[in-house]
Design a protein around this ligand. Structure first.
Ligand SMILES: [Zn+2]
Ligand SMILES: [Zn+2]
Length: 334
């Protein structure tokens, strides 16, 4: 079968691999929809230390259960449409045993360190699949990024009525916007791209800006209760600290390059009693994400601006890199 694989630095290529054989505890998925993510670009550029060469990319995907290894315990049945959690923890270490499996030092990731869903078939542990009902495969493929947004919003610990700033309205920024606004926060979005700004308004933002002005001294109540940085560039990560009001929380959601550093004023953090948090992947977020997608309180399908067949992967990758869309989706078994 054709798969999109990280073969060499700077390129993702279509190569041939066998349909994967199932090990004990695995299910075989016929992939229906597979999203391209900024992480795939980081992988391609050699900026993801745990990514493995010659691995099929694709960590945001949905598909139909094609086969279940004999003796595997699972609630899913052959034919079910499932969303897949790409993170595979060891289930043995101290982190895994204390409800922090995303921090597992032996965490493997489908589509990063083991073959992923940018292929017609992929084998995953049965524990990783979440059955969906009443949503399309494309929307189901949003469950993984949405689960990361769910974790980010949890980290923000916002309260109803809080003033929230979201910097960057890519897929994750838009998801954070929708989750915060449906949760009763007043959300301002900072974004340069016109289409993304428009989508942010549709997703519940009450104000859009390219140039955030907090209007006064953060110690006198000006600024935002919670700031979500969803870009991952050093300048926006640094700026995020200046937009929080005293006592506020800044959540760095965007993924920076491994060698990037950001200057931080410890005095300002002290004087404003800021809380700076980061988020890593999606602990226990998948089941909630699947429910949120099925509730349809937000037009999640509007995040998917382009769909391609796997035979058009080059076009899909070019469209993604151009920034012309929001979420670019590939349909490997269409
Ligand atoms: Zn992703
Ligand atoms: Zn572990």
């Amino acid at each position: 079968m054709d798969v999109a694989s990280w073969e060499k630095l700077g390129s993702i290529d279509i190569v041939q691999k066998d349909v994967p054989a199932l090990s004990a505890g695995d299910v075989l998925i016929r992939v229906a929809a597979s999203g391209i993510c900024g992480t795939d670009l980081h992988i391609c550029n050699g900026e993801t230390p745990h990514a493995a060469r010659k691995v099929t990319i694709g960590h945001e995907f949905s598909g139909y259960i094609e086969a279940i290894h004999p003796g595997t315990k699972t609630l899913a049945a052959v034919g079910d449409l499932v969303a897949v959690d790409p993170n595979i923890p060891c289930h043995q270490c101290g982190f895994c045993r204390s409800k922090k499996y995303h921090l597992c030092p032996d965490l493997r990731c489908t589509g990063v360190s083991v073959d992923g869903g940018m292929a017609r078939y992929v084998a995953v542990p049965a524990t990783a699949v979440h059955v969906t009902r009443g949503i399309s495969p494309e929307v189901a493929s949003l469950a993984e990024p949405l689960s990361c947004a769910v974790h980010a919003v949890d980290m923000g610990a916002l309260k109803t009525g809080d003033r929230v700033l979201v910097i960057g309205a890519g897929p994750i920024g838009l998801m954070v916007t929708a989750l915060c606004s449906t949760g009763g926060a007043n959300v301002t979005v900072a974004e340069l791209n016109d289409m993304r700004r428009e989508r942010a308004l549709e997703f519940g933002a009450s104000a859009i800006t390219t140039n955030v002005d907090i209007g006064g001294d953060p110690t006198k109540g000006f600024g935002f209760d919670v700031v979500f940085e969803c870009v991952g560039r050093p300048e926006t990560m640094q700026a995020a600290l200046g937009y929080a009001k005293a006592g506020g929380t800044v959540v760095w959601v965007g993924v920076a390059k491994p060698d990037v550093t950001v200057p931080v004023s410890p005095f300002m953090v002290y004087r404003h009693e800021l809380t700076i948090k980061s988020t890593y992947t999606n602990p226990y977020g998948m089941e909630r994400a699947v429910k949120i997608l099925a509730d349809k309180k937000v037009a999640w399908d509007k995040l998917i601006t382009h769909t391609f067949g796997l035979d058009q992967f080059g076009d899909a990758w070019a469209t993604f890199k151009s920034g012309a869309g929001i979420k670019v989706c590939v349909r490997p078994s269409a």
